[in-house]
Design a protein around this ligand. Sequence first.
Ligand code: NAD
Length: 432
Amino acid sequence: MARVASLRACADRVPGSGHEPSFLAGRADTTDLPAAVSSVSSDVGRVDLWKTTRVQCLWGVNQTERMVYAGGVRLSIFESVHYDDHEEVVFAGDPTSGLRAIIAIHSTALGPALGGTRLYPYPSEEDALADVLRLSRGMTLKAAASGLDLGGGKAVIIGDPKTVKSERLWRAYGQVVDSLGGRYITAEDVGTTTADMESIRRETRWSFGTPLSEGGSGDPSPATARGLIAALRAVAQRLRGDRELLGLRVAIQGVGKVGYAYARLLTEARAEVIVADIDESAVDRAVRDLGVKSVPFDEILSVDCDVLSPCALGAAINRETIPALTCAAIMGSANNQLSTDADADRLADAGILYVPDFVVNAGGLINVSQELRGYTEAGANHRIDAIEQATATILDLADREQITPNDAAIAVARRRIDEVGGLRRFRPAQTD
Ligand code: NAD
């Protein structure tokens, strides 16, 4: 029987769950079944990970031993194209509340891994895993490129935000976050709210983005929109030799929390704004309140504009959509706008300036990170406005090195992780 050091079962972490502490520790040699399974499951063909309370995978031992099973499906973490040497991935379940969560800590080289918790009805556990691995890697780049003392992490909970939320679910999840001792700090994301962060905070102090009334930094969306405006000034400087936004034609895909706030700031700066959304009520609100123009959602990518801002979901820019683009530049809030890194090259070949999402959408992260040092809006805004300079620096580097801004931004982030993250020179006396 295989002995596995890299896969740990810790089912006793949520008190009162009624589950035995040990559940799963195994290795698959040639079959799809783990070699060792606890007595919790009578049907070894269906190892339901989510019926445990918490299974944690810590890497670093031996590739062949690193496998996780859920619902009878082998989750091929290490074969996932999104796996990027993540430090730790935690699977947590609470059957009573229906909690099924995955927390991915990509890197803590620069500090605790801060990233939102996404609550989404993923069609499969593998989709959820792919998303959390991809998003947590992006958070490492975002924090590093923004000069923050933070690592990268992200969490996903599988479920419908309209039906699954309960006090029990948030408290169980809060205990899982707490069990990581501050290595992972959570915040709001798609499907979660500042009120949810407050519920999580009842179990852990590692929940940020709580409401302003509770002393937190509140909804990050206005801060993200402010950061987009800062980045857009650097882009306008590139395109027109002037950082003013007057008359700049900006097309926004998605006028939800960020897109709407961004559209409002743009109209205040007297830019020309065109919006689209699959939700007609969101379009109506923007048109009515802000006086912006709109087009059907399937036309927004090909609208004639200076800057296209994807502010909906990821992968809007891909091999299929790039040929129809008519914009001079792309920058927006959506995470993982490019379907693959190769799309950055396709855009460069098409003569379109693409400014990486993880550089321009860092306003929300910067805002929430200020809670670590005692939140003030003025302090946060000052740091968010620095995104203009960060964007200009990356565009300059790309020009100098004749590389895409995407590669330049990744290089800036990696250099900082190597130089500062590798700094272990001055140890506190008591550890020696
Ligand atoms: P949101 O859910 O409030 O808004 C997204 C909007 O996009 C919705 O109105 C939705 O109807 C619309 N939409 C979805 N698919 C569309 C499509 N194909 N065409 C047009 N519209 C479509 O989310 P949000 O908080 O505004 O975030 C938007 C994006 O920015 C997400 O990708 C999110 O991960 C990213 N982001 C958000 C923040 C933040 O502070 N909220 C920070 C960083 C990144």
